[in-house]
Design a protein around this ligand. Structure first.
Ligand code: SF4
Length: 335
């Protein structure tokens, strides 16, 4: 347990959490909306500090990040909890808590860094659940990681307040941010959140020079209309057409079991919509095709991926070796 950052004291020991746009008001001895922050005698505490429920090595492609040190190893951690309640959550068993969590052992930020270095990771990923929910833990780990030469990656829903984001931003090197739909109604009904803070967060990440990939999970009948997808692509284009957009396929899960699995043709249509909007890199996700990086100028295949593995990387000095076009990304040919 660690005292939380970002809360204000109200009357009668009631506090307001200011970490994310929910701004939960929490009474003494109660927890916030997502049960991982507790008010004890007028002080807010993070209950998940030091208590990861997942630690594993992944290829960075699994986040997915396709233009950030391709083929590198990232030490991935998560705690329980999330500040959204998506009906289609793929990790609901660890993200959606119905009661206050209990932990026995504690793993310090030093322990995390030691494990990452032992396993020859190039970065730490805060992933699987929402890093904002374990902000204090992530913040301490991220600072240590930088001091040891490790990069930091947030895999996030983008639901964080500006002040909290600005404090941790200097320590984040890359992020994959979900843009679930260009619809406030979708965010409210399906995720229990709002759209605008996510759009603001995406812009803030880019303005802070953090490398960003964006992911949209396409669900038939919910967010697969052409206009909605075009609006997402247009939003990304207006920020930077070189931001990679991953359009991934849904499988029925958790509380959203009536929608069918996303068809390959729907994913292909989304890729065309992204390219027609002018995006340089649109990747069809988790359907086993088309996840290679192609030079947007001459069409040469530059990075070939088989699943999450990079099998060929022909980029040279972050450029196409044939036409010399600059390929956006960080450390593309780091090996
Ligand atoms: S971080 Fe948790 S407690 Fe704080 S405002 Fe968001 S949902 Fe509420």
């Amino acid at each position: 347990m660690k005292q939380a950052l970002y809360f204000t004291s109200l009357v009668d020991d009631i506090v307001q959490c200011n970490l994310c746009p929910h701004h939960c008001t929490i009474r003494p001895n109660d927890t916030g909306l997502r049960r991982v922050r507790k008010n004890i005698d007028g002080i807010l505490y993070s209950l998940v500090y030091g208590h990861p429920i997942a630690q594993s090595i992944d290829p960075v492609e699994k986040k997915p990040l396709f233009h950030f040190y391709p083929g590198s190893r990232t030490f991935s951690i998560a705690t329980v909890g999330c500040n959204l309640k998506c009906k289609h959550c793929q990790n609901a068993d660890i993200s959606q808590l119905h009661e206050e969590p209990n932990f026995s052992t504690e793993i310090s930020p030093d322990d995390i860094i030691r494990s990452a270095l032992e396993q020859k990771a190039e970065s730490i990923s805060y992933t699987y659940t929402e890093p904002t929910i374990f902000y204090e833990y992530a913040f301490d780990i991220a600072q240590l990681a930088h001091s040891k030469g490790l990069k930091n990656i947030f895999v996030t829903n983008g639901y964080i307040e500006t002040e909290a984001f600005q404090q941790i931003a200097p320590f984040i090197d890359a992020a994959n941010i979900d843009l679930k739909a260009m619809s406030d109604e979708f965010y409210k009904r399906i995720c229990g959140a709002r759209l605008q803070p996510v759009l603001d967060a995406i812009k803030a990440y880019v303005e802070n020079d953090i490398w960003v990939d964006i992911t949209t999970l396409i669900i038939h009948g919910y967010n697969d209309d052409e206009k909605g997808l075009s609006d997402i692509a247009g939003f990304i284009y207006d920020i930077n057409p070189d931001i990679p957009w991953h359009v991934t396929g849904f499988s029925p899960t958790y509380q959203l079991t009536e929608a069918p699995p996303t068809s390959v043709s729907m994913i292909e249509k989304a890729v065309i919509i992204g390219k027609d909007a002018g995006l340089s890199y649109v990747y069809p996700g988790n359907r086993g095709f088309g996840e290679h990086t192609i030079c947007p100028v001459c069409g040469k295949e530059l990075i070939r991926r088989d699943g999450f593995q990079v099998s060929t990387n022909k980029t040279l000095n972050n450029s196409c070796p044939d036409c010399k076009a600059r390929i956006s990304g960080i450390g593309l040919d780091w090996i």
